[in-house]
Design a protein around this ligand. Structure first.
Ligand SMILES: [Zn+2]
Length: 443
């Protein structure tokens, strides 16, 4: 079973620490096996912690900074300072690189990825969030289908003891065939206190029925009345364009049917709405016809769920994917999506990093690094990719306290062994991940 373990940053660097404590956000009904170990650890966040020696890229657009100290207190950043404040505990990160934790504007938290021995729904959801975190993904907008328990996890995450990724939720995806159906789902989500509403306007390459526009309008109206933004799943440019005019707050997938027109690009710029590529989602639809190369990648294997590897490796499953007409269509769509991404970036449209990871076959954490590669392949620079995955994604989701390493924000950051600014592959050289200043368990 994957234990939820917080190591205080200070203790981590002192010695091999034999104990830990469960996250204070544990629910009262957590199994007894999760009870705190009998080792005394001071409360995290008491006093300042100074992370020294690393080169820091703060996500604001500034260049790498040398000789600065990242100072955190009570889980939040006090600032990048020239000196270590008196009395601060020091975490020596000499020779390392610090970047803000990655923000995924389109993931799915389901509990699917927890160890099979984990039974209760809350712990299973946290298993997903721990998996994202160990790969440097420290904030996720779960765009549909998260278990109800996720809301309580979200409500408890503004805590200096947090040690898993932050999550924001959209509730059940709105995709009804009638306005009444769409309205019922939208209102139930809004009643539950979702952060976003997610609408699905797609026909699966002509194999399904697209949500009628009257239903889209009703859901949009409900969201507007509750002042909740709407994220929209699209495939076709025409639908994305229409949704921009109807007031969508996020284009949650790439336009994949054709090259984006000047008119569409202008509408993106005029509305200021962000665009989430989710390129790796396309890969997941066709790649399992054969054994993917990355099944030999140590970076994948260090946390990959074996039962899911086994499932997608079955001969029957491979044959199914190979024979799927939509899989072939989505393979073509990937190239179109990459071409469009290049055009949109060149036009100055804000690109919010997002992957659509989390559902079956879409391995959380590792898929985010595959998305980086696909963005680079599309022509984005490493710096553009990092901006998209930090401050830009945070701004697109209207999250004020993550995305950069500025005073007042949560101390969510990734420590890398290699410099990612000129080579995004270096984002894989993860030495440690911190959330609210707490080192995330990586084993
Ligand atoms: Zn999705």
């Amino acid at each position: 079973m994957i234990r939820q373990t917080i190591f205080l940053a200070s203790l981590l660097f002192l010695a091999a620490c034999g104990g830990g404590t469960t996250d204070s956000t544990s629910t009262p009904d957590a199994p007894a096996a999760d009870a705190p170990a009998s080792v005394s650890i001071p409360q995290p966040g008491i006093g300042a912690i100074a992370y020294t020696g690393a080169e820091i890229w703060d996500g604001t657009g500034s260049a790498l900074q040398q000789g600065m100290v990242l100072v955190a207190r009570d889980g939040r950043i006090e600032g990048l300072m020239a000196d270590v404040p008196a009395g601060a505990e020091i975490v020596d990160l000499s020779g390392r690189f610090i970047v803000p934790g990655f923000v995924n504007a389109h993931g799915h938290v389901s509990g699917r990825w927890a160890d099979d021995s984990v039974r209760d729904a809350t712990s299973r959801v946290r298993g997903d969030l721990e998996l994202y975190a160990r790969y440097g993904v420290t904030t996720i907008l779960s765009l549909g289908g998260a278990p109800a328990e996720t809301l309580a996890i979200r409500d408890a995450q503004a805590s200096p003891s947090l040690a898993h990724a932050r999550v924001f939720v959209a509730g059940q995806v709105v995709a009804g065939n009638t306005a009444d159906q769409a309205s019922a789902v939208a209102l139930a989500n809004l009643e539950n206190g979702v952060d976003w509403l997610k609408l699905r306007v797609d026909d699966n390459l002509g194999t399904g029925t697209k949500m009628p526009w009257a239903a889209v309008q009703v859901a949009m109206n409900a969201a507007k009345a509750s002042e909740v933004p709407v994220a929209t799943h699209i495939f076709y440019m025409e639908d994305a364009y229409r949704l921009l005019n109807m007031g969508t707050g996020l284009i949650a997938h790439s336009v994949r049917d054709r090259e984006v027109s000047d008119e569409f690009v202008q509408a993106m710029l005029d509305t200021g709405v962000c665009y989430v590529p989710t390129l790796v989602r396309e890969v997941s639809t066709f790649v399992y016809a054969e054994r993917p190369d990355w099944f030999d990648d140590p970076f994948f294997l260090e946390a990959a769920k074996q039962s899911e590897i086994d499932r997608v490796s079955q001969a029957e499953f491979r044959a199914q994917v190979a024979a799927s007409p939509t899989a072939a269509g989505y393979r073509n769509a990937l190239g179109q999506a990459q071409d469009n991404l290049r055009i949109l970036v060149g036009s100055g449209v804000p690109i919010a990093f997002g992957t659509d990871s989390g559902p079956a076959g879409r391995f959380p954490g590792y898929f985010e690094h595959m998305e980086f590669d696909l963005m680079a392949e599309a022509g984005l620079t490493s710096r553009e990719i990092l901006m998209s995955a930090t401050s830009v994604a945070a701004q697109c989701l209207d999250l004020d306290d993550v995305g950069t390493l500025e005073a007042g924000k949560w101390a969510d950051f990734v420590v890398l062994r290699e410099n990612p600014i000129n080579d995004i592959r270096a984002a894989r050289s993860i030495d440690a991940v911190y959330i609210a200043g707490n080192s995330v368990a990586r084993n």
